[in-house]
Ligand binder design. Sequence first.
Ligand code: GDP
Ligand code: MG
Length: 163
Amino acid sequence: VPKIVTPGLSLPEKTLAMIKPDAVQSNYTSMIRQIIVSEGFHILEEKLAHLDDVAAKSFYKEHAERSFFPSLIRFMTSGPVYAMILEREGAIKKWRTLMGPTDSNKARVQAPDSIRAKFGIDGEKNSVHGSDSTEAAIREIATFFRDFQESNMDSSRRVHEEL
Ligand code: GDP
Ligand code: MG
């Protein structure tokens, strides 16, 4: 069966990017935002928000049994975050590549140009988050931007906007 290829046409994909409390606190938001735009992502929606305990636990529920979970939740609720819906071809994978490895200290060795290498502190305070799958992107976008698409995720009602 011949593969149909349409040159120049690639499907846009959406992902949820978040600048975490360490980087917002250090005033890196506009620098990170600039890198994102210069790498060809379109920012469809963006907002400053503050995760409460319930929202943070729901956002990271896949890690609920990990030993670092209480510390992660304390960190993620410690101050405002900056959430963005990014769009481009291959957005999910490309944003994760631009972020770099989870541990910022490893990132400085393995991917020195990555955002986590440049702006993160350690294995927890690593400056940015990115969805790791289509399903995660849908769920995480709904968490912050409940009106952006139909969603019945109840976690979507638990983020308090901070103006
Ligand atoms: P990510 O998808 O690259 O963000 O990494 P994970 O999904 O594995 O972990 C989610 C978040 O939990 C990370 O971004 C870190 O903030 C934090 N985290 C992951 N592993 C560790 C760890 O071993 N120790 C601590 N303290 N935090 C961690
Ligand atoms: Mg993850």
